[in-house]
Ligand binder design. Structure first.
Ligand SMILES: C[S@@+](CC[C@H](N)C(=O)[O-])C[C@H]1O[C@@H](n2cnc3c(N)ncnc32)[C@H](O)[C@@H]1O
Length: 258
């Protein structure tokens, strides 16, 4: 019976060769209301409670590079003009909105590359699928399924030099991007069970943010940047070198120059 099932899954894979990720490599969603929906040209998550289906898609590299920057503060915090090029390590990649903003400001004179790490296999599956489908993006963006806090000497860290390490443990989206990001942000929250951010969840997120900051400070050649909610204390009470953020904005970027 088991071997018939294996054969069936193999056949499904052969029948849908255009799917960048193999069908049976999808991780369990660990939430009874969620299910994967796969088709030859998309991968989505359906939520039977909200009756929504969410998929992730990334623009092609040429269209990303021709789009106007959507967060000057993020770019200003992470990409100092004094450096000839930028190699970003996004430790909390999520669905990669922030990384894409940084990549969108790449120019031939000041190229930007990003390596993203994501520890949640479900989030990673959606992001990898979107990356695999985007023409050209994989030449500047690579991803690893890893939690650097439980595996701090992984090869990608030892093998590369990063100008900036970026950390975002928040699950909120700025007002401007809210309409666009809502579906994805909602899905991230549902996947992480953080729709209701309990005190315990917040304390844990803050502890992890501090560990990530300490890790980043060990390896960043130029700076570590932490995204913070308006009014929140700096991560671990550690005073940043300077802060970037628009007056009245819901978020700010704490910059630690190394
Ligand atoms: C708030 S989201 C990041 C959103 C992201 N900045 C964006 O623009 O889409 C935080 C993500 O970081 C991941 N994460 C948290 N701690 C991590 C760690 N130690 N290693 C790898 N990923 C981590 C979570 O699984 C989650 O998907």
């Amino acid at each position: 019976m088991k071997s018939h099932l294996t054969l069936l899954l193999t056949l499904i894979n052969l029948i849908t060769p255009s799917h960048p990720l193999s069908f049976h490599s999808l991780p369990p969603l660990n939430n009874p209301s969620l299910s994967w929906i796969t088709s030859p040209d998309s991968l989505s998550v359906h939520d039977s409670l909200t009756k929504t289906t969410t998929s992730l898609s990334y623009p092609s590299l040429p269209s990303l590079l021709s789009s106007p920057p959507t967060s000057r503060s993020l770019i200003q915090a992470c990409l100092p003009p004094s450096l000839p090029s930028h190699n970003v390590l996004d430790l909390t990649f999520g669905f990669g909105s922030d990384s894409l903003i940084l990549l969108s400001s790449s120019t031939p004179q000041k190229p930007v590359t990003v390596h993203g790490t994501e520890r949640d296999p479900r989030v990673f599956a959606l992001a990898s699928e979107a990356l695999a489908r985007s023409p050209g993006l994989s030449s500047v963006l690579t991803l690893s399924l890893v939690d650097v806090l439980s595996c701090p000497t992984v090869d990608f860290v030892l093998g590369s030099e990063y100008t900036v390490v970026y950390i975002d443990v928040m699950f909120t989206s700025g007002k401007k991007n809210r309409a666009k990001a809502k579906g994805h942000m909602e899905l991230l929250r549902t996947l992480h069970g953080t729709k209701v951010q309990t005190e315990e969840w917040k304390v844990n997120a803050e502890r992890e943010a501090k560990e990530l900051l300490m890790f980043g400070l060990r390896i960043a050649r130029d700076r570590v940047v932490c995204k913070r909610p308006k009014g929140a204390p700096p991560v671990g009470g550690m005073k940043p070198s300077f802060v970037v953020g628009k007056k009245g904005a819901n978020i700010r970027y704490d910059v630690y120059v190394t």
